[in-house]
Design a protein around this ligand. Sequence first.
Ligand SMILES: [Zn+2]
Length: 463
Amino acid sequence: MKNMILIGVWMLVIQSQSGLFAQHAPVSDHEVVEALVSEAISSQIAYRQLEWLCKNTAGRICGTPEAAAAVEYTFQVMKGMGLDSVWLQEVPVKSWRRGEPERAMIVSARTGNHPLAVSALGWTPATGEAGMSAPVVEVRSMEELNQLKDSEVQGAVVFFNQPMDPASFNTFSAYGKAAFQRTAGPSAASKRGAVACMVRSLNPETDDHPHTGITRFEEGVIPIPAVAVSTRGADLLSAMLKTDPGLRVWIRTTSVVGEEMISYNVIGEIRGSQHPEKIITVGGHLDAWESGEGAHDDGGGCIQSIEVLRLFKTLGIRPVHTIRAVMFMDEEVAQRGGQVYAAEASRKGEQHIAALESDRGVLRPLAMGISVDAEKMKSLASWSALYEPYQIDLVQGGGGVDIGPLRNYYPGIVFMGLIPDDQRYFRYHHAETDVFEAVDRREMQLGAAAMAILIYLFDQNPF
Ligand SMILES: [Zn+2]
């Protein structure tokens, strides 16, 4: 694996440094913005890095050899870029392996047997080799579950079947409203005596791809096997329950919860020319669900963050403050990478002035968000104007799961975020459809340019 990684790196990071800033002539913001976009959309480098990451480290949920390979790859890529420093930061994680492909089946004396496409939820226990079979009780909310009699839930599979609101324009908000069934459903079902839990995939489309994700069992609650079922499978099961309420489902999962181990955040930086002690972070998360390749979630965000540094280097932009790209580990499970990064920053007495996260896919960028009040926003009109030719808005709001903990130590920190078009994102999210081929090179690169522009503008005129 190590040799493969080195070849992958060697082929991808060869770059020129014929900088826009090489002659030290005054350069306008407009010229810099234009140069950042031109360099980004004409380059293949980041796109090929993402391809390498997707095709050689798919399955990189924390604690896996694939995650270790992704750490090594991004470390070597940044090493090869001539950054001022590149290092690994230890992050304790707990591993889990999915095991053999999961299987599930509707078993009905009345309508026959029908296979269901399912995917075990992260860190759930296995059903055992032979699988398990039980009657099914369907609910759409926690309230519906609470209203069921004990006799209806005990020994049953609780089937949460609340679709993402198809009428919601904002798919992230639709996801947020439906996510309870995956994150908290299995724990609530176990508390009531269910033997397993089946959850409708958080996917606005009707198809056969199950979408996995983490679930959390409350302290003292016995973990039970839990799977996401594809949206088409959920519709079928729901319809068949109406014809045959006595049907059973059979589920087989062979996942194994592993032990605590050490993984890493991967960090590279260009030191500031005037204020090296003040840090602007840009990052995404390196871990990804193993059903797909983690292209949109969030290999693309990681590679965009590296691309921001490459754009600065290639154009010869020497930042005033230190710009740091961080590949966070363990976002999908316990968010330990973000927590460790912030805690270590504070412990070392670092000064963090801004942080930008890309973890909403790498589809066409619609906006950059920035966490300022309405008054401050008005004063950024000239920045908005610089984005206008690219049909990218500058909007209020910013932040993310991995940079979020920085606010505990740096209350005044400015958060920023890439906001791509989200209409298609949740058909890929945590599913086997999240592959390199689902990423468009120009869209991803425009996103990287949009990130680099905001970092450049803030670096020149911080507040
Ligand atoms: Zn993500």
